[in-house]
Every structure is written in structure tokens, then in C-alpha cells.
Design a protein around this ligand. Structure first.
Ligand code: DPP
Ligand code: ZN
Length: 873
């Protein structure tokens, strides 16, 4: 397939100022008339033809300035429409096309979900609706007339404000006209038509503008949108307060649909959401669901400025809107919840997804320089590492200059399609810093590793930290340069006091900038041997090697003022022991005992001060984390057993405390999704998990009781999850009761699919195959496929990586099957092969065979072909 390169960017030869769309909705023959006001771009080539993008559209007619064009004056295919000799001045082009939303299983362009019409245009879906200059630097003002059968689609929504609506007498049809005054790229276009319930409220902006907020959902589920509506209002208020950003239309609509490739989409004034990230009730959603809804509602809303008002010049700049917007939603969640707890959650995700990607054949820079299929670059690197870059920038320049830089960026780039350079220029200007070295974070792929050694001189009362950094090679980048790495740090004495040591290279905020391959940091006036606390709040997305003993790390668990590093210290100790055990190295029993007793002591002393934090401390690194740390010749079975043994050990050692938490943290009063209540549930359920690891019979009894008696989905699902580790009739009976209870709740049955797909036992693959026949499963629905097949591949290390290759073969079959319906979904599933080269030999061979089988299939989509090829490179 053709490769698109950043260096080949050139401005469009034509611009489109206005778009008038007339869309007559019909299940299989929707007619679209697009009237485009075009003119040559002064920055384009002078006598270029006009080449519009298309994708599976069929052309009915085309007219130029009202004159129907004869065949000799244009060339049309499903992929493009070319006007060979366009006028040299402004002109209008009227294009009539016909599309079939019902047979659109790719869920890109206009399609149907549960009978409703909806659209998804990012990145290149608009060209599936009409021929267009479908690139983000072509920005136009849209007016959209939508017409439909009144019965079939009583609700008609578009971008912007509704300016007209009415009935078409005698036809049973009606229409609405929507006008969006803000110029936008085509990827932000949206329309919806359907039978939908609504919740709404009025929001008054800081400038006094009244905005009608509304969320549309499946009729009957309106009350499940209340939390999302509340999150929207809080997001809007927060963006005013923290970034000075005000909303800019009279309405803000959100529509939830059940078939959606992504989490949600930030279309101007008309966000379309995967219903999983809108619908919530205590009976159907977990605390994690509530937190995700809050974060994604905020994320899409924040795009109104970081993405829509200021958009991207080209798709290589995707991180410009996504990394920045993830940073903004993370800050929002941190302010609304517990900052340290949220930071730990962010870092867990970053390591599990982005570090994994960076260590795989799919590794790429935050701003890639080439792609075959842009849909494959909506990655953890662009999103999560992109957010870390913004956070590092703020850490380096400080919060005041960061805000001034953001203000300048929004002001200067408003209404434009911008680049990463435009973004950095705003911060360089307000600070006077040269950010060219820092900019390397966008260009250089791979996770840097920072190695630190500390040397204390008691006579001179000095302490020295020696740093080195190195970034491993990644595809296309064999040699790496040093990065500009902010190291937030402090020194802690062994008895737990912060040490007031001086170093002129540490900023008043406690940040040292490591920007060379090797550097040293000297402290004077250090009165006792310190323990360094490095990368506080995870100040940079790097891996670290520290020469600290387990004992020193456990000093940090007890005494560090930085909550993130208290958690990290425990993780590091646990990881060392788990890696050693999984590799079959000798592990001293006293080391295991020390960790267990440090955890028990921590729980006795501190856990109830912040239960959410305590629950995170108790959670050991996942099997996938351990595999990543080992990095080569991985044996997932050995990892599974090592982790299981350590959980048992901790459960046994801390049994009494855990029992006490079960009682003292029991729910009293009605369910509330707030962070403090969620934290208590998390610690209580973590306690159940460890108790069950220590004593299966007791665990089964407690878990069965909790599945049946729980007053909310969080507790019910947590207990059912514990049962997944305990084979037997009780588990199967509980699964059956759960299925019966939620038979009409697809989003709840997804959780039921996920738990079963992750069971680390021999029979799981058979179980997954059986569940694919379940009446609630649908191969065309991304949520169902991800819940069952995606979870098997991503969460079940043992069975997906089964030594006989059966997991890989199964996944390859499904990828090929799904590719015929929905290439984006298929490609996403296929990324679960990304760490195949780290496996031991037998598994590697099986994985390679499966990947080659996929790569060799004729008529593969570009999405799957690209991932398969890069995975094998
Ligand atoms: N809808 C996706 C997101 O918001 C892509 N823009 O991240
Ligand atoms: Zn986004």
C-alpha cells in the first residue's frame, strides 16, 4: 500500500469555504447533495486538477456553477472524483451521491446502529458520505439539511445550531437544518437521525451565554445519562476556570450509540459516544465505568478548543490535539478525584499500553513521519505519551508560564490547522526558552532508560547522584540522541525525615533536568545517608534502574512525602521478586517475608487514611507487566505461578487486617460513585481477592455471598472476578445467575464475557468459542468483540500465549473474519501480537506462523495488512 509521508506535505490546491449538504436519510439508499463553494488556494499549485477523495460512494450527478458536467469533463471512481480543468477563480460544485448506511459495517461514514442513523468521520470517513477534500487543513462553514421519515427518525441532529425545522406535507417526512458558524475540517462533521430519549439542562457560561446541554440515549435509559450530564457540566466549568476556555454554540449535544469503533468522537457541537461511556446506573456500572465516563465526557468536551477551534494541519500532528486533550482530561480527573491515586492509574495505563508498544515492532514517534493507514495511529503513544510530553513541559517551565503559553497558543492558532511547532513556539515565546531539544520527544521513538547510582560521603556530608540515559533502537531509528528528561526528586532520611540538602541544579520545585547522556548531581550539607526519591509523580515517561536495596525502597513506602513513589517503591520490590521467581532464580524467603510484613504494617498504619491508594499498593504488578520487565524468552506460565504464589503469601501474612477491612469498609447507605466511596470499595474488594488467594474455600464462600447480595455492580463484579480464580461448580452457578439477571443488558454481559475470557485455565479457549455463539454476542459489534475476543488476547496472558499456539491461531481466525466487516476493529485486535518476539522460542514460532498466515491472505484491508506487516518486520 502507498505510504504517506510528513515530508511530502503540501497545502491543498483548492480551498472550500462553504459546504451545503442535503441528506435524505433512507435505510439503504440515502441521497446526499453537496454544494461546495471552492476556490484555488493561493498557496497551492496554479493549474492543478481538482481531485476529491471518495470511498465506496456512488456518483449520481455533478454540476459546476449549476451546469451539469458532461462525462468528458470529470473522472469518477468510488475512490475519487477529478475535475480535469477546474475554473481559475471561485466556483461551486454540486455533487449528488447515493450511499447505503445499512450495509456499512465498517462504522465509518454514515451507518446505522440499532436502527438509528449516525456518522463517524475521523479520520477519513467523510469521503464515504460524499466526495470531498477530506483533509484537516481544509476548513469550511457547514449548513446541513437532514430529512427523514418522521417515524423512523423523529430526532434529527447536526453540528452547530438548529436554524430551521419542519414537516414535508403529505409524505410522513420531516427535516431540520443545522448551521455551524465555526469553520471546521470534514472529520468533525456529524449527523444523527433516530428514535432517542433525551436528558438536558441549561448551562450559563462564564461570559453569560446560555447553552442547552442534552444527551440522547436509547429510549427508556434516560436516567442512566444523568451522571454523564453532570460530568459534562463539571467539565465545562473546569475548562473555564483552569484554562479560561468558554463554549461557543447555543447547544451542546451528545448522542450514545451501541456500535462504535472508538470511545467517543468530538464532532463540533454534536459528540457521538460509544454508549459504554455514557450509560451508568449503580446496578449496571462499576466505579471504573463511572470514572471512565467522567474522563471521556471531559476529553471530548475539551476537544472543542484543543482539536476543534485549533485543529491539526495534517494527521501526523494527531498528538497536537490528542496528547494535549488527554493531558487536559487527566488534569480534570485529578482535580475532581484524588491526584496521587489518579496519577498512579495514569502511569499504570502508560506502562501497560505505551511502554509495551514502544518495546514492540509497532513502536513509533509521538509524531510519526509516515503511515500506510492513519487509523492505526490512534495509539497509546500518540495519546498517552503525547500527554506525558505536555506534562513534562509544564513541569519544566512551571504552572504560570504553562498557562500563559496555552493562552497564547489558543489565541494565536484559533481557527487554524496547526502543527506541533506552532504549539511549542507559544511556550518558547512566553518563557524565552529554546525548546528545540525538548522537541525531540515528538520525534524520537522508544522509552529511555535512566540509570542512577548514589554515593554518600559521610565525612564531607555530600551526596552525589550519577545519571546515565539511553534509548533502545526502534524501527527506522537505530541510533538515539539523549532526551531532555525532567527528574523531580527529593532525599529522604532512613528515619523518614525529608533531608534539606542543597544543590544549585535542582529548581525550587525540586526538578533536575537531565539532558545529556550522562550527568551528575551533587548535594551538600547531607547529614546522614539518604534514600533518593526519584521521578516523583512520575515526572518523565522513562524506565529506571536504581541501585537501591529492597530495604531502602521499603523506607520510601513508609516515609516518602510523594505518594506516587510510595506506591512505586512497593511495586519495584514486588517486581524484583516476581521476576526472579518467574525466571527460576533463587529468591530468599526472608525477602518475601519482608515485603509481606511491610505491606501488612502499611495497611495497619495507613491504609484507612486513603483506601483507594492502599488498594493500589496491594495490587501486584500484572502478569503482562512482569513479562515486559523480563523482556525476552518469556514463559507466561511461570509468571502466572510466581504471581499467584506471592498473592497467596501476602494474603496469608495479612489475613487479620484483611478480614478487618472486609467488615469496617462494608457499604452503609446508598451507592455513590464519588472517589472516596469508590476507594473504600476498592480496598474492601482487594482484601477479598487476597483472602481468596490465601484460602480458596473461604474465598469462594465470601465471593458467592457478595455476588448474590451486593447492592451495586462494582461489588458484584469484583466478587465474580474473584470467583474466576477459583474453579468449580460455585463459580459456574454464579456465572449462570449473573447471566440470567442481566440477560437484557448488553453492556453488563460484556463484563461477563470479559471475566470468562480471562480465566487462566485450559478450558478457556473452548469457553470463548462457546460464548461466541451466545445470543448476546455479535461479531459486528465492537464492544462485544473487544469484551470477549479482545479480553482473551489482551488480559489472558496464559491462554492467549498457550504453548501449543492455539490462542494465536484462534485470534488470527477472528482477525480475518472481522476484517471483512470492520477493518479498524480487526487491526486493533491484531495489535495483541505486538510482543510476540519477546516470547520463548516455541511460542515465537507459533505467533510468527499466525502472523504470516494473516499477512498472506489476499484482499486484506489496509488496516490489518499494515499491522501484520509491521509486526513481522
Ligand atoms: N474520538 C477520538 C478521541 O477523542 C478521536 N478523536 O480521542
Ligand atoms: Zn481525543
Amino acid at each position: 500500500a502507498q505510504i504517506v509521508r510528513l515530508e511530502d506535505y503540501r497545502p491543498s490546491d483548492f480551498l472550500i469555504d462553504r459546504v451545503e449538504l442535503d441528506v435524505r436519510l433512507h435505510p439503504t439508499a440515502t441521497r446526499v447533495t453537496a454544494t461546495l463553494s471552492l476556490r484555488p488556494n493561493p498557496k497551492g499549485r496554479a493549474d492543478a486538477p481538482l481531485v476529491l477523495d471518495g470511498d465506496e460512494v456512488s456518483l449520481t450527478s455533478v454540476a459546476l456553477d449549476g451546469r451539469p458536467l458532461p462525462d468528458s469533463e470529470f473522472e469518477a471512481s468510488p475512490q475519487s472524483l477529478t475535475i480535469t480543468q477546474p475554473p481559475r477563480g471561485p466556483f461551486t460544485l454540486t455533487i449528488e451521491t447515493e450511499i447505503d448506511p445499512t450495509s456499512n459495517t465498517k462504522l465509518m461514514g454514515l451507518y446505522r446502529s440499532s436502527g438509528n442513523y449516525c456518522t463517524q468521520c475521523e479520520a477519513e470517513g467523510f469521503r464515504r458520505i460524499t466526495y470531498f477534500l477530506d483533509r484537516p487543513d481544509v476548513m469550511a462553514v457547514y449548513t446541513t439539511r437532514i430529512e427523514a421519515d418522521k417515524d423512523e427518525a423523529p430526532v434529527l441532529l447536526g453540528n452547530g445550531n438548529r436554524i430551521e425545522a419542519g414537516e414535508i406535507a403529505g409524505t410522513g417526512r420531516h427535516y431540520a437544518v443545522w448551521h455551524d458558524p465555526h469553520p471546521k475540517p470534514s472529520y468533525l462533521f456529524a449527523l444523527v437521525g433516530g428514535r432517542l430519549g433525551r436528558v438536558g439542562k441549561t448551562f450559563r457560561t462564564m461570559g453569560g451565554r446560555e447553552v442547552e446541554l442534552a444527551i440522547y440515549v436509547e429510549a427508556g435509559k434516560e436516567s442512566r445519562a444523568d451522571y454523564a450530564l453532570d460530568a459534562l457540566e463539571r467539565s465545562m466549568r473546569w475548562d473555564e476556570r483552569v484554562f479560561g476556555r468558554e463554549y461557543d454554540l447555543d447547544v451542546f449535544n451528545i448522542v450514545a450509540v451501541s456500535d462504535f469503533n472508538m470511545g467517543a468522537m468530538e464532532n463540533k457541537g454534536l459528540n457521538i459516544f460509544n454508549d459504554k461511556y455514557v450509560l451508568a446506573s449503580p446496578e449496571t456500572a462499576t466505579d471504573v465505568d463511572y470514572a471512565n465516563i467522567e474522563a471521556i465526557i471531559a476529553h471530548e468536551y475539551f476537544h472543542n478548543w484543543s482539536g476543534n477551534r485549533v485543529t491539526c494541519r495534517d494527521w501526523f500532528q494527531l498528538c497536537l490535539k490528542e496528547g494535549l486533550t488527554v493531558f487536559r482530561d487527566q488534569e480534570f480527573s485529578s482535580d475532581e478525584r484524588s491526584r496521587p491515586v489518579h496519577r498512579i492509574a495514569e502511569v499504570k495505563t502508560l506502562r501497560a499500553r505505551q511502554f509495551l508498544e514502544d518495546a514492540s515492532p509497532l513502536s513509533h514517534p509521538v509524531r510519526p513521519t509516515q503511515y500506510r493507514e492513519i487509523n492505526n495511529f490512534y495509539t497509546a503513544t500518540v495519546y498517552e505519551k503525547g500527554a506525558e510530553i505536555v506534562r513534562m513541559l509544564k513541569t519544566i517551565i512551571g504552572p504560570e508560564d504553562f498557562r500563559r503559553g496555552m493562552d497564547l497558543y489558543f489565541e494565536r492558532c484559533d481557527g487554524t490547522a496547526a502543527t506541533v511547532e506552532d504549539f511549542l513556539a507559544a511556550f518558547a515565546e512566553v518563557t524565552g526558552h529554546d525548546l528545540s531539544h525538548f522537541a525531540r520527544w515528538y520525534a524520537q521513538a522508544g522509552t529511555p532508560r535512566v540509570t542512577v547510582t548514589g554515593t554518600y560521603d559521610p565525612a564531607a556530608k555530600t551526596y552525589r547522584l550519577d545519571f546515565t540515559q539511553a534509548t533502545p533502537p526502534t524501527p527506522g531509528q537505530p541510533d538515539k540522541e539523549p532526551m531532555a528528561i525532567p527528574v523531580a526528586l527529593g532525599l529522604v532520611s532512613r528515619d523518614g525525615e525529608p533531608l534539606q540538602a542543597a544543590s544549585d541544579r535542582v529548581s525550587p520545585q525540586g526538578v533536575f533536568l537531565l539532558d545529556k547522556a550522562a550527568d551528575s548531581l551533587a548535594f551538600t550539607g547531607v547529614t546522614s545517608q539518604p534514600v533518593p526519591s526519584l521521578f516523583r509523580e512520575f515526572s518523565a515517561p522513562v524506565r529506571t534502574s536504581l541501585d537501591l536495596s529492597n530495604e531502602e525502597l521499603l523506607v520510601l513506602l513508609r516515609h516518602d512525602s510523594d505518594a506516587f513513589n510510595r506506591w512505586q517503591a512497593t511495586q519495584t520490590v514486588a517486581m524484583r521478586l516476581l521476576v526472579a521467581q518467574a525466571k527460576g532464580d533463587a529468591v530468599a524467603d526472608s525477602d518475601l517475608a519482608d515485603l509481606a510484613s511491610a505491606l501488612c504494617a502499611f495497611m495497619e498504619a495507613d491504609a484507612l487514611d486513603d483506601p483507594a491508594f492502599a488498594a493500589l499498593v496491594l495490587a501486584l504488578p500484572s502478569e503482562a507487566d512482569i513479562a515486559q520487565e523480563i523482556g525476552r524468552d518469556i514463559d507466561p506460565d511461570a509468571i502466572h505461578h510466581a504471581r499467584k504464589a506471592m498473592r497467596r503469601r501476602i494474603g496469608q501474612a495479612c489475613r487479620e487486617t484483611l478480614h478487618r477491612f472486609r467488615d469496617s469498609l462494608a457499604e452503609r447507605g446508598p451507592y455513590s460513585p464519588d472517589a472516596a466511596s469508590a476507594g473504600r470499595r476498592a480496598l474492601r474488594n482487594a482484601s477479598l481477592d487476597l483472602l481468596a488467594a490465601a484460602d480458596a474455600a473461604l474465598g469462594e464462600q465470601l465471593a458467592v455471598e457478595q455476588v448474590d447480595d451486593a447492592g451495586n455492580m462494582t461489588d458484584r463484579l469484583a466478587a465474580l472476578g474473584v470467583l474466576m480464580t477459583l474453579p468449580g461448580d460455585a463459580r459456574e452457578a454464579a456465572l449462570a445467575r449473573f447471566e440470567e439477571r442481566y440477560r437484557d443488558e448488553p453492556l453488563v454481559l460484556d463484563k461477563w464475557f470479559t471475566l470468562q475470557a480471562a480465566i487462566p485455565e485450559d478450558g478457556t479457549l473452548e469457553r470463548v468459542r462457546r460464548l461466541m455463539e451466545h445470543q448476546a454476542f455479535a461479531i459486528g459489534n465492537p464492544n462485544r468483540v473487544r469484551a470477549l475476543v479482545g479480553s482473551f488476547a489482551m488480559l489472558n496472558q496464559v491462554r492467549f500465549n498457550a504453548k501449543d499456539g492455539s490462542g494465536y491461531d484462534f485470534l488470527a481466525d477472528i482477525v480475518l473474519q472481522v476484517d471483512e466487516l470492520n477493518p479498524q476493529l480487526a487491526a486493533r485486535l491484531l495489535t495483541s501480537f505486538s510482543s510476540w518476539r519477546m516470547m520463548e522460542k516455541t511460542r515465537q514460532t507459533h505467533a510468527k506462523n499466525a502472523l504470516q498466515r494473516i499477512a498472506g491472505k489476499p484482499n486484506l484491508s489496509r488496516d490489518v495488512g499494515d499491522i501484520a506487516a509491521r509486526s513481522l518486520e
